[in-house]
Design a protein around this ligand. Structure first.
Ligand code: NSS
Length: 430
């Protein structure tokens, strides 16, 4: 008999089917056993009547422990009161393995314990909901850029060049040369736009973040679009369209998962353009009004971002940060060179910065000056300077941290649950 998947069980009503999966939970009431079976796509309640099956099958069903793997056959029926809306009258059951005592039970476990069992924790309904939403955001992102004729260009992971400062580099030996794990694919996207106009990359990025915060992973995934001939304002327009698109797609296709996570939907339904845009100067004023000690010239911490974001009901752009605290490639505002034409997008409800981006320097001499000023090894950036020599154009782009977006959309306070196997300052296991 061919196996069927539970998310398609509605197509097989009143026919005998085979389901392969795991036991989620078991209840018995005398001559009846209720098996909650999951197969990765959904769950179904299987009912085993002692009188309807052989004694061996009933005994096998009774012996099942949590997470035992099994193959069951039975007849699915609609049953409004059952989880998932269907029920399976079990006719036959084959045990693949009786699972050892499962370490994750419905009782409360501490976070460290759960993180040590991340490989098993992924099976639980909340973690599944997060991963399905993450998957939806990835699919929506690809569609968004594909539909707008962006070309996907994969950036290298091993690279000789730092993008976002030299303090968070993971260094490795590359046949006696120094190489780093990529902090961002941006510089390579800047090369690619000169060939394709509009491009994006989506890949893993790495930062040895020495501070331990709930918003930092050592390994995270970034979606980085880059476009020739657009300025900072057009770059912000692209961001608000994109962010709106992924939020709406999750609302449409992942309502069930948002409900599992008890996410407040009103807050997400509100996410529509235009997003408010405020200058860094204005953000400093807001902080001062709220009694924060942050001064002009300092970067914002997580607490600052929350104060600023709480002033708005949708994501807010903060633009024109001090040149001194931003990356070497950011274009200073010609009218006010002490600030750059870059912006961060802060998510509402205290989820912090989800996007960083802006206009890049297109002038070759000035870019070289900035590279020197940041004490970056010039020889590794020769190709990047070339881009300003052979038909330079104004251009802008941004990077969205996938896990930050997942945390916000799912309503998770810590990034550790937004990625299947998080790499944290004190954890590389499992
Ligand atoms: O450093 S960023 O602000 N900007 C860049 O890397 C640019 N080179 C991107 C570009 O313009 N193409 O990081 C961008 C985003 C930031 O807003 C966060 O959402 C995320 O990347 N990010 C992180 N997420 C998780 N963990 C860590 N450590 C982290 N660092 C940045």
């Amino acid at each position: 008999m061919k196996g069927v998947y539970l998310n398609k069980i509605g197509n097989y009503l009143d026919q005998e089917v085979e389901i392969r999966g795991w036991l989620y939970n078991k209840r018995s009431s005398g001559r009846i056993l209720f098996l909650l079976i999951r197969d990765g796509t959904a769950v179904i309640q299987g009912v085993v009547f002692k009188n309807d099956v052989t004694p061996e099958v009933f005994e096998a069903a009774r012996s099942l422990t949590q997470e035992s793997s099994l193959i069951v056959r039975g007849i699915p029926k609609e049953e409004k009161r059952a989880p998932g809306g269907y029920e399976l009258s079990v006719t036959d059951l084959e045990i693949v393995q009786i699972a050892a005592e499962y370490p994750i039970t419905p009782k409360e476990h501490g976070v460290e314990y759960l993180m040590n069992h991340r490989h098993l924790w992924l099976r639980s309904s909340k973690q599944r909901a997060v991963m399905l939403i993450r998957n939806e955001i990835i699919k929506a992102s690809r569609e968004f850029y594909d539909d707008r004729d962006f070309v996907l260009i994969d950036a290298p992971i091993l690279t000789p060049a730092a993008v976002e400062g030299t303090t968070t580099l993971f260094e490795t030996d590359y046949f006696d040369e120094k190489a780093y794990l990529s902090q961002s694919g941006q510089l390579y996207m800047e090369a690619a736009i000169m060939a394709f106009g509009k491009v994006y990359c989506f890949g893993p990025t790495f930062r040895a973040e020495k501070s331990k915060t709930r918003r930092h992973l050592m390994e995270f995934w970034m979606i980085e679009p880059e476009v020739a001939f657009i300025d900072m304002d057009e770059n912000m327009e692209l961001q608000e369209e994109y962010v709106t698109y992924i939020v709406q797609r999750v609302l449409e296709n992942r309502a069930e998962e948002l409900q599992v996570l008890e996410r407040d939907l009103d807050k997400l339904e509100n996410i529509r353009p235009p997003f408010p845009r405020i200058s860094y100067d204005r953000a400093i004023e807001i902080l001062r009004d709220k009694g924060a000690a942050t001064e002009w010239g300092q970067d914002f911490g997580g607490a600052d971002e929350t104060i600023i974001a709480n002033e708005f009901d949708r994501p807010v752009f903060v633009h024109r940060y001090p040149t001194e605290i931003k990356a070497f490639y950011m274009k200073p505002d010609p009218l006010r060179p002490e600030v750059v034409l870059g912006s961060d997008l802060l998510a509402p409800e205290g989820y912090g910065e989800i996007i960083g981006g802006g206009e890049r320097i297109s002038d070759p001499e000035f870019l070289l000056e900035r590279i020197r000023r940041h004490s970056l090894p010039e020889e590794n950036y020769a190709w990047y300077l070339d881009l300003r020599k052979y038909g330079t154009v104004p251009h802008s782009g941004f990077g969205m941290g996938l896990e930050r977006a997942v945390a916000w959309i799912c309503g998770l306070p810590h990034l550790r649950e937004t990625i299947p196997f998080p790499r944290l300052i004190n954890r590389i296991y499992p």
